[in-house]
Structure formats: C-alpha cells, structure tokens
Design a protein around this ligand. Structure first.
Ligand code: PLP
Length: 399
C-alpha cells in the first residue's frame, strides 16, 4: 500500500513558493539572487500593533479561544466591514482563521463535492486552482483578455457557467495582474450571476487597500446586495498591515457556511493564534494613516520601475491599478536561444533562464495564463532596479 494518499497527487507547491525556495537554496550555495517572487510587503508590522500583541501576551491571552475568532476580533471585523465597505453583518457572519488562505480553504472544503466546478478567471492567484483540486472540485479557468485589462466580461462569465458551477472566484485588486473592478463592472457580472442561483461567489478583497491613481474600491456583496446571501467576502491583515507572518485572515458570509467552516477548522488548527487575534484587533481598530502612506510608497515604486520594464526588448507590461505585481508578457522571448544554447520554449524556461541570470520570479503557467512572469514590487527600489538591470542584460544575451 502506498504511503501517500491520492489527495497528495492533487496537492502542489505554488510557483511563487518554488521560486522562493530555490532562491534560499541558491543563496545558501553562495549565489547572489534578487528575489521578486514572494507576495508580501517588505514593510514592518506597525509598532502599535506589536505593542498590542505584547500587552495581550502579558495579560494572559495565550490560551485557546473560540474556534473562529474572539468576540473582540469579530466585533472589530464587523466594524471594519461597516466603516470601510458599508457591508452590514453580525458576529455570527464572521469567520477568522490562520490567514485568508485557511479561510478560503475552509470555504471550498466545506462546500465542494467531487466534480463541482470552481470558475477561476485566468490569470488568478495560483492557490485557487490548487485548493479546488485538493477539495476534489474541478477548477475551470475562464480566460480574461489583456485587451480588457484582464477583467472578466459578463458574456465570458455567462458562457463558462454550467449546472455544476459552485463558486466564482473574484479577486480585486488582482494577484497577479493588479486589475481592479469598478462598481459598475461588478454590477454587470452580478446581472449574470443573478440568473444562475447555483453559483456562489468568493470576493477575495485581500488587496483592498493597495489601489493606485485614486481608484476606489468596490466589493460585490455591497454593490449587488441581492447576491449577499451567496457571497463570501474574504479579507485579512496580511497585505494591508504588513502582517503576513501573523497568519490572520477573515471572511463575512451566510451563517450556514460560516458555521460549517468553523466545524472544519475545529478539526484542523482550531483557533487562529490568540496573540495574532489581539494584534489584528489593534490593526483594525487603530489609526489607518500608515495604510495610505504605504500605498503611496508602493505606487511610487510602480511608477519608477514600469518605464524600465517597458524598455526591455521583448517584454510587455501595463501599469497595474492595484496590488503590488507586474504581470509581464514574455511572448517575444519564446523561440530565442540563451547563451548556453537552450531554446526558451515557454515561460517556465524564461524564469529558469532569469534565475541563472540572478533574478527569481514565478512564471505565468501557475496563474493560468502564459507566457508571462510575475514581478512583485513590494520590495526595495534598490532591489527592483538591480533586477531590471539583470533582466535587461539577460534580454541582451538572447539570440
Ligand atoms: N488572496 C490573494 C489573492 C492572495 O494573493 C493571498 C496571498 O498571497 C491571499 C488571499 C492569502 O493571504 P493570507 O493567507 O496571508 O491572508
């Protein structure tokens, strides 16, 4: 009998995690690698949040808590949704877990039966398809066009829906493209979804506060309240407050779903860390100026780096409207030869070549649209400029 379960054949490591791991190995071997793979801000967690965590520990908040969040945390999340989004909900609609990732995982595992379909606009964050596989669902990539800013159009959504469609994953601002849906664009998608009552929607708002050029954030359950009864609105403190390591994400949704998610979590990690919950309360209830300042800093990095990327022969990229990624087309590099004589046949070959040239990046295949690679600009300008210099040099060596 095989040691590993069949489910392990459906469980992959993401392209960004592979690139980050490879970087660690190459660095340990003494190589100088610029890593632009990880999806996390390089800022520190705000001081007042760390102070609150320390005070919570000293006050004895080091024990088990209710499975899907303390009453204080749920109250802070309810208030956040009211204040920032105009989304009205109660504590019973809230689930908190060890990161948005666990919350998403709970939602899919609690609802998917074998063969149920999850509609994933391509490109999208790698984890949606992998989590769907793990939960025995079927990921259905729905290609979004570059000409439409990588945003799913109502007709494209309509054509992809089948009687087995259970979930639509809607992520704005998007990882990996930075696409941002306007309220009107969400309403147009909602008009389609209204005709298909079997489809539930995950609004993944993880990058809500990283929006550029004065854009405004919109979320489905608010702009289309008629869909709120089948929408799970997912968010977290990772990207907004530079708290990726604290592992704290949350969601608002219908009570039946929220309870099922808690039942699952009770059989895995139980409650998210008590200290992280106290920290999240401080982040959500505390001063928010730092969030705006950091967004301005990310926008400045985007503006500094975009012209350099755009000038590299064979690469094409537009300005992301939110999040902190460039999704770069490398179509014109395919078919070319590296100095070692290898032919670049796909975007995995391209990122392998760039790694040889000292830049670690995830390739587009995992995000559902090739040939592309993703650059995270949530790192220092010095790193970003060095990466551009290396990519430029790599372009110059292709024949
Ligand atoms: N959603 C998107 C689109 C993401 O990119 C990520 C993290 O990269 C998450 C959700 C999950 O974030 P976390 O688990 O840190 O809350």
């Amino acid at each position: 009998m095989a040691l590993l379960a069949a489910r392990m054949g459906r469980t992959r490591i993401s392209a960004s995690a592979v690139a980050a791991q490879r970087t660690r190995e190459l660095r340990a071997a003494g190589l100088d690698i610029v890593e632009l793979a990880q999806g996390e801000p390089d800022f520190n967690t705000p001081d007042h949040v760390m102070d609150a965590a320390y005070r919570a520990m000293r006050a004895g908040q080091t024990h088990y808590t209710p499975v899907d969040g303390t009453p204080e945390l749920k109250a802070a999340i309810v208030e956040k949704f009211r204040r920032e989004n105009g989304l009205v909900c109660r504590a019973e609609n809230i689930s908190a877990g060890a990161g948005g990732k666990q919350v998403l995982h709970n939602a899919l595992l609690a609802t998917l039966d074998a063969g149920d379909e999850v509609l994933i606009p391509a490109p999208s964050w790698v984890a949606y398809a992998d989590m769907t596989h793990y939960a025995e669902g079927t990921p259905v990539w729905v290609p979004a066009q570059r000409a439409n800013g990588f945003k799913l159009q109502p007709a494209e959504l309509d054509a992809a829906i089948t009687p087995r469609s259970k979930w639509l994953m809607l992520n704005s601002p998007s990882n990996p493209t930075g696409a941002v849906y306007t309220a009107d664009e969400l309403r147009a998608l909602a008009a389609v979804l209204e005709r298909h009552p079997q489809v539930w929607i995950i609004a993944d708002d993880m990058y809500e506060h990283i929006l550029f050029d004065g854009r405004r954030f919109a979320t489905l359950a608010v702009v289309a309240p008629q869909l709120a009864a089948r929408t799970l609105t997912v968010n977290g403190v990772s990207k907004t407050y530079a708290m990726t390591g604290w592992r704290l994400g949350y969601a608002a949704g219908p009570v039946e779903l929220i309870r099922a998610m808690a039942r699952l979590q009770a059989q895995s990690s139980l409650n998210p860390s008590s200290v992280s919950q106290a920290a999240a309360v401080a982040a959500l209830n505390g001063p928010q100026e730092i969030v705006v300042e950091r967004c301005t800093e990310l926008e400045a990095r985007r503006d500094a780096i975009l012209p350099r990327l755009a000038a590299i022969p064979g690469l094409a990229c537009t300005a992301p409207h939110g999040a902190f990624y460039f999704y770069v087309s490398c179509a014109d590099w395919l078919g070319k030869h590296t100095p070692q004589g290898r032919v670049l046949a796909n975007d995995a070959d391209v990122t392998a070549y760039l790694l040889d040239e000292g830049v670690a990046l995830p390739n587009g295949a995992g995000y559902g649209l090739s040939p592309y690679f993703r650059i995270s600009f949530a790192t220092s300008l010095a790193n970003l400029h060095e990466a551009c210099t290396r990519i430029e040099a790599a372009a110059g060596k292709l024949a």
